[in-house]
Design a protein around this ligand. Structure first.
Ligand SMILES: NC(=O)C1=CN([C@@H]2O[C@H](COP(=O)(O)OP(=O)(O)OC[C@H]3O[C@@H](n4cnc5c(N)ncnc54)[C@H](O)[C@@H]3O)[C@@H](O)[C@H]2O)[C@@H](O)CC1
Ligand SMILES: [K+]
Length: 510
């Protein structure tokens, strides 16, 4: 892929943005029908390759046609497959079609492609091409159409959705009444936001981008200075690494991270965060823990400086030592395992002019102290909540409806970078830009995996304190890739947080 297409592969749009970009192409003279031919031709070739790879090539193919241009795409594919000798049938649940779609339907019928009922299609086909709705879906699906979608979902047919699984809202990823559960989704032209929303994950199947050559200038003209949304590709993630390391580096030039973590109750959190930080390549690592944890931490992380802190009766950090010289640190990461008893340390840390990452009970303490604690911050702040923590921090923002909008609002309200963990982690920045992690694994839904992320992120921020947004994207991608690799080798059951830290160093970062 060229540099320009690589850039386009990172862009994520809403339905309105896609519509505006499409209209710009048409206004410039690109014929609508020609674009549909081009797109559907690319789609047909890609689908055939995919079926062949699955050993399904000669099977009969069912095509589900909706009223708009998503249905038009499906009909062009049906025609091309039919002309190549495939056995094809079409089912068209809604009578009224847009003009171009209607023209393709007439031509398909004239060629002799059979129009059949959904029952007949499901009885005779192994593959279904879903061209019911794309980004033009605006109303909820109900009634007979909803029943038909249920029947499709209950069948064993392999479903390839064009652009989006029909029924999924392009921006929020919500199911509008009901939706097709695809095995494969071929997203057209530009990545749509729904492909990165947790609510759509179970409907998308394997997602692939079909680049049909939208000129970068048209995308740029429409997106302009508006709040952009980016997919964290490998190229993007790697660009955020502190590499190559300068030849004359020394340990204090490669960042010094202060981790504040652990308690009697959650001693392991401190170890896991420390191991995550170790994997980041950070030059120096200091770990502040309750006094009694020092021997344990020294044994597990011999390279780290362990700072024993005065502790509460329950074995939490009561305060940070007076002797601590904060000027040494390029970043502070606080929260894993500290328990809510460590409350007094949070205002102290937030008053420092050093980039700070807050996680776990660090976030819960912040929620109870109030977000005004962040008002005086002069250095970047990164909050890394899961959905429950997010709700406590931002009771007025619902993270379950639209996670992209939620992190954008949360970040703009607080001035902090907000990393909302999930199947598709979303990162909001105060400028309104949102970064979306495209791939992960449910194997990471496990105690301790967040502690590893905090350490890794802290280590990267300490090395690149001027680029906290980059570091946050890189850490998110790297952590997820390690989970994916570990799950491939050990199954989803084998990805405990300790092994995850070992897989971090196995991810190719070139
Ligand atoms: N963006 C692009 O540049 C291109 C888009 N193409 C295709 O065009 C699609 C968008 O086409 P359209 O704008 O025609 O939209 P869709 O094909 O997604 O469907 C919109 C149609 O469905 C109707 N509709 C919406 N909600 C409904 C509901 N709940 N029940 C019944 N009917 C409902 C609308 O009235 C409209 O007629 C894309 O997803 C893609 O597949 C391609 O053909 C070519 C290039
Ligand atoms: K579709």
């Amino acid at each position: 892929m060229t540099h320009c297409r690589n850039q386009i592969a990172q862009i994520v749009v809403t339905a309105a943005e896609m519509r505006a970009i499409e209209n710009r192409l048409f206004a410039a003279g690109m014929p609508v029908a020609a674009l549909m031919e081009k797109v559907a031709g690319l789609l047909a070739r890609r689908m055939i390759d995919q079926w062949e790879a699955l050993g399904l090539a000669p099977a009969k193919i069912g095509v589900l046609v909706g009223p708009g241009h998503n249905g038009g795409d499906a009909l062009v594919i049906a025609r091309e497959l039919y002309l190549q000798g495939y056995s094809v049938v079409v089912t068209q649940p809604l009578a009224k079609l847009k003009e171009l779609t209607e023209a393709h339907a007439q031509y398909g019928k004239s060629l002799g492609i059979p129009w059949v009922s959904l029952e007949e299609l499901l009885d005779s086909c192994k593959i279904l091409i879903d061209g019911l709705f794309g980004f033009g879906l605006e109303r909820s699906i109900s009634g007979e159409l909803a029943e038909q979608i249920d029947r499709i979902n209950q069948s064993q047919i392999l479903i390839c959705s064009i652009d989006l699984p029909s029924g999924i809202h392009t921006d929020t990823g919500q199911v509008l009444g009901c939706a097709i559960r695809a095995d494969y989704t071929f997203c057209l032209g530009l990545w749509k936001a729904a492909c990165f929303q947790d609510s759509a994950v179970e409907y998308l199947g394997t997602v692939e981008w079909i680049d049909f050559g939208i000129p970068f200038a048209d995308i740029d003209a429409i997106l302009g200075q508006s709040s952009r949304c980016y997919r964290i590709t490998k190229e993007r993630a790697i660009a955020g690494l502190p590499l190559p390391r300068p030849l004359l580096s020394h340990k204090y030039k490669a960042g010094h991270l202060l981790l504040v973590c652990g308690s009697e109750e959650y001693a392991g959190s401190a170890i896991l965060a420390g191991l995550g930080a170790r994997a980041s390549g950070v030059g120096m690592l200091s770990i502040a823990v309750p006094h009694r944890l020092k021997p344990l931490l020294v044994a597990q992380l011999p390279e780290a400086l362990i700072i024993p802190c005065p502790e509460t009766e329950t074995g939490a950090i009561a305060e940070l030592p007076d002797t601590l010289n904060y000027q040494k640190y390029q970043a502070i990461a606080c929260g894993p395992g500290i328990t809510r008893s460590a409350e007094p340390i949070i205002p102290t840390l937030l008053n420092l002019p050093i980039p700070a990452i807050l996680d776990a009970d660090g976030l819960n303490i912040l929620a109870s102290l109030g977000m005004s604690q962040l008002n005086q911050r002069s250095a970047p702040t990164i909050l890394t909540p899961h959905t429950g923590e997010f709700k406590r921090l931002f009771p007025n923002i619902d993270p379950n409806i639209d996670r992209i909008k939620a992190v954008r609002e949360a970040s703009q309200q607080t001035g902090a970078i907000v990393l909302l963990k999930g199947a598709r982690t979303a990162i909001g920045s105060p400028t309104g830009t949102v970064y979306l992690n495209p791939e992960s694994t449910p194997a990471l839904a496990r105690g301790g995996s967040g502690d590893v992320l905090t350490g890794l992120l802290g280590g990267l921020v300490a090395q690149l304190p001027q680029a906290p947004e980059m570091a946050t994207q890189t850490a998110t991608w790297w952590h997820a890739q390690a989970g994916i690799l570990a799950a491939q080798q050990r199954t989803a059951l084998g990805v405990d947080a300790f092994h995850l830290t070992e897989y971090l160093s196995q991810i190719p970062l070139r």
